[in-house]
Ligand binder design. Structure first.
Ligand code: ZN
Length: 295
């Protein structure tokens, strides 16, 4: 369970993953929030458009069509592997799906077969439409599949999710067959490898060689009340060194309000504002803090 990312944060994590991202018209304010809730978010859903052509597909996903108003997803992934952001908030992509599947996604356990449509998916999933005719013949270029992998990994890493939080529309809603042309198990394997590698710029799996000097970003979901880790002490020491010190008794291993306010000061120092300076670490600010990996 997690609060949805702001538009700025989503853009940031996608670009940090090495993706080319295009912002379409007024996507930051384009949503279906007046029709129902958005969040808490639990996962990422992958679709195919049953359309061809980037511009045509992006327009349809932004506008929707009679009977199904847009946005029809959050981002469109074209055949070159570029991401076009068309919505920020609730989007018409998932419809009603299987509550047992939602439970499995939340628990990150094995997916059951989807055999009922009893829960609102538009509330709980980020949605990405991939340009493909869905006829089983239209090819899926490697650049496009790599972009699906990167988008999914970026969002999972931010929220502290595993690859099990990524599903296909066909795994959610009875009667759906998208995406067609690759297997979701195969895609989840790629996402897992990218997450294990620490993300950003490679899908070759963990790199050999010396241990990285700085601790990789563990995902925003890592930082919550009740979390205890030497990493939080190490982070606190770095915040103090940067002059972002709201600790009464100095940093400790347990995540507290003092950690949050100190981290918010660090985000402010870097120029982040509003929801992007809420004191919950994000990848960009974390990487610049350079927390030693050995504590
Ligand atoms: Zn779909």
């Amino acid at each position: 369970m997690a609060q949805p990312m702001s538009g700025s944060k989503l853009l940031e994590v996608l670009r940090a993953e090495g993706l080319t991202v295009h912002e379409v018209r007024d996507w930051r304010h384009h949503n279906r929030n007046t029709k129902g809730p958005w969040g808490p978010v639990n996962g990422v859903m992958i679709h195919h458009t049953v359309t061809s052509g980037t511009e045509n597909s992006v327009n349809i996903c932004y506008n929707g069509y009679s009977g199904l108003p847009g946005p029809l997803c959050h981002g469109v992934i074209d055949k070159e592997g570029h991401v076009h952001l068309v919505g920020n908030g609730r989007a018409n992509h998932a419809g009603l799906g299987d509550s047992d599947v939602l439970r499995a996604v939340v628990d990150e356990t094995t997916l059951p077969h989807d055999n009922q449509a009893d829960v609102d998916g538009n509330r709980h999933f980020y949605g990405f439409e991939c340009v493909n005719l869905g006829d089983g013949k239209d090819p899926w270029p490697e650049a496009q599949k790599e972009a699906i992998e990167k988008v999914s990994a970026a969002i999972c890493r931010h929220h502290g999710w595993s690859e099990r939080s990524v599903i296909g529309h066909k795994e959610w809603q009875p009667g759906k067959q998208d995406p067609r042309g690759f297997t979701m198990d195969g895609m989840r394997g790629r996402i897992a490898a990218r997450l294990a590698a620490g993300g950003g710029g490679t899908n070759q799996g963990p790199k050999p060689g010396p241990k990285p000097k700085y601790a990789p970003f563990p995902g925003s979901g890592f930082f919550h009340v009740g979390r205890k880790s030497p990493l939080i002490t190490a982070m606190g020491r770095r915040l103090v060194a940067e002059g972002c010190d709201h600790y009464a008794k100095g940093p400790g291993p347990e995540w507290t309000e003092a950690d949050r306010t100190s981290y918010a000061a660090w985000q402010h120092k870097l120029g982040f504002r509003g929801k992007d300076a809420d004191g919950i670490p994000g990848r960009a600010s974390w990487d610049r803090l350079k927390v030693p990996s050995d504590g």
